[in-house]
Write a protein that binds this ligand. Structure first.
Ligand code: PMP
Length: 424
C-alpha cells in the first residue's frame, strides 16, 4: 500500500526547517531528488566496513567491495530489463554517458554525417554533439516541437536521411515534462539504420523502463535523480555496439594488456570504466534502486499524476500564468513549468523560497528550447513520490503571495500577452 506519510519518514531531510520555522517543501526533483536514510547509510557502511579498491586486490575487503559493486549491474539489469550485465556501463552522470557516446560512436563518423536531436533537449544532449561537429564536421539537425509542446513526429521523420547516423532524444523533457514516443522513433531509426540514443534522465526515476521493448540502442540516466547519490551515471547499450566502439577514456581497468608499444582493451563494460570508479556511490545507488522498486513504479507514477493534476487545477486559477505543458496530464506527470511576461521567474522562486519552498527558475539547461518558447527563463515545480497535496496547497499559497506582491491579478492586459508567448 502506497502511504506517502510513511514514505516521507524515510527521508531525513524532509524534516528540515528553512529560514527558522518554515517546513521544507522540496519541489525541485527534476534537478535532483532527496535520499532515503538507507541510501545514506549504505555509503557510511561501505567506508566503515569494507572500503577497498575493486577488481584488483585478492584480499577479503577487495572481494566484498567488488561483489557489491558488480551486483549493482544485476539490479540495473532488472530495473531496465536489458539482456546482460555487459550492457551496463557506470559513468558519472547522464552528461558523461552522452559525451561517451558522442565521442566513441563519433570516432567512425565523417564529414556530412548527420545527428538528429530535438528542440526539447537538455544541453547535455546538445553540446557533446556540437563538440563532435567541431571534430568531425557532422551536421546537427533539430526536430521541432508543436505548439502543444509535443514532438512533431511527422517533421522528425522528414529530417531522417540516409546520412542520419544517430538520433538522440530525450524520453521526458525536463522543462515541458513531455514524454516522447520512443518506440515510434525506434521503428524509424531501425528502418533507416540509425543508432537511437535515449536520454532517460527524467523518465527512469518515474516510470517503468524496458530497454528491449523501447527498441533503442542506448539509454542514459543519473542515479541522483532517483534517490541515489550524485556522481553515478548509467549508460545501458547494446553489447555489439559497445564492442565496436573505441574507448572514451584510457587508463587502468579498461585495458587487457599494455606494452611499451600499445594496449589492448578490456571486455565491455569495463572497457568504458577507466580508473577507480565511484564504488561507494554505485553501491548506494543499488540500494536506491531496491528502495524505488519496493515502493513500486506503478504507484509512483499514479501518485505523481494525481499530484500534478491537483497542482494544475489550482495553478490554472492564475489565468495570467502560462503553463508550458501538453494538455494531457498523462504526458507530463511530475513537471510543471510556468511563466508570465512580467515577473521574472527568479523573483517568483525567491519569494516562494522565503516560505521554505524549493522550486527551480532559469533556463533549465535548455536555452534553445527557451528560445523556441519565446522566454529567457521559466519557473518549474517538479514532483516526486514523497510530495503531498498539502505541500501543493502551501506552494499555491506562496505563489498567491508572490503574485499579490507584484499585483499580477490586477493586470488585465497580461492575460492577452500570455497568449502570445510561443514563437512559431
Ligand atoms: N537530461 C535531462 C533531460 C536532464 O533533466 C538532465 C538533468 N537536469 C540531464 C540530462 C543531465 O543530467 P546530469 O546533470 O545528471 O548529467
Amino acid at each position: 500500500m502506497f502511504d506517502v506519510n510513511k514514505i516521507r519518514k524515510d527521508f531525513p531531510i524532509l524534516e528540515r526547517k528553512i529560514w527558522g520555522d518554515k517546513q521544507l517543501i522540496y519541489l525541485d526533483n527534476a534537478a535532483t531528488t532527496q535520499k532515503p536514510k538507507i541510501v545514506i547509510d549504505a555509503i557510511v557502511q561501505y567506508y566503515e566496513t569494507y572500503n577497498a579498491n575493486i577488481h584488483r586486490g585478492v584480499h577479503k575487503l577487495a572481494e566484498e567491495a567488488t561483489a557489491a559493486y558488480e551486483n549493482v549491474r544485476e539490479k540495473v539489469k532488472k530495473y531496465v530489463s536489458c539482456d546482460s550485465n555487459s550492457e551496463i556501463v557506470f559513468t558519472r552522470n547522464t552528461t558523461e554517458s552522452i559525451n561517451l557516446l558522442a565521442y566513441s560512436l563519433g570516432e567512425s563518423f565523417s564529414e556530412g554525417d548527420e545527428i538528429l536531436l530535438t528542440e526539447m533537449e537538455h544541453h547535455s544532449n546538445i553540446v557533446p554533439w556540437y563538440l563532435l561537429r567541431n571534430r568531425k564536421k557532422v551536421n546537427i539537425k533539430f526536430a521541432p516541437i508543436t505548439d502543444q509542446y509535443e514532438l512533431d513526429y511527422e517533421k522528425l521523420e522528414k529530417l531522417i536521411t540516409k546520412k542520419t547516423k544517430v538520433i538522440s532524444i530525450t524520453h521526458k523533457s525536463n522543462v515541458l515534462g513531455t514524454v516522447n514516443d520512443i518506440k515510434k522513433i525506434a521503428k524509424l531509426a531501425k528502418t533507416n539504420g540509425s543508432i537511437l540514443i535515449v536520454d532517460a534522465a527524467q523518465s527512469a526515476p518515474h516510470m517503468k523502463i524496458d530497454f528491449s521493448d523501447l527498441g533503442c540502442d542506448f539509454l542514459a540516466f543519473s542515479s541522483h535523480k532517483m534517490c541515489g547519490p550524485t556522481g553515478v551515471g548509467l549508460l545501458v547499450g547494446k553489447k555489439e555496439l559497445f564492442e565496436k566502439m573505441s574507448p572514451f577514456l584510457g587508463g587502468g581497468e579498461m585495458i587487457r594488456k599494455v606494452t611499451f608499444e600499445d594496449f589492448t582493451t578490456n571486455d565491455v563494460p569495463w572497457k568504458f570504466e577507466a580508473g577507480t570508479p565511484n564504488i561507494a556511490d554505485v553501491i548506494a545507488f543499488g540500494v536506491a534502486l531496491d528502495y524505488i522498486q519496493k515502493i513500486g513504479l506503478d504507484s509512483i507514477y499514479k501518485h505523481e499524476i494525481e499530484l500534478t493534476q491537483y497542482a494544475l487545477t489550482k495553478l490554472r486559477k492564475f489565468d495570467f500564468l502560462k503553463i508550458y505543458a501538453p494538455a494531457d496530464v498523462n504526458k507530463h506527470a511530475g513537471i510543471i513549468t510556468f511563466a508570465n511576461p512580467v515577473v521574472h521567474p527568479h523573483d517568483i522562486a525567491t519569494i516562494v523560497d522565503q516560505e521554505g519552498i524549493a522550486i527551480r527558475a532559469g533556463h533549465h539547461c535548455a536555452q534553445p528550447l527557451m528560445k523556441k518558447l519565446g522566454v529567457s527563463a521559466t519557473s518549474r515545480a517538479s514532483l516526486y513520490f514523497y510530495n503531498t497535496k498539502d505541500e501543493i496547497d502551501v506552494f499555491i499559497g506562496a505563489l498567491q503571495k508572490a503574485f499579490d506582491y507584484f499585483e499580477l491579478g490586477a493586470c488585465k492586459e497580461l492575460k492577452e500577452k500570455v497568449g502570445e508567448r510561443i514563437s512559431k
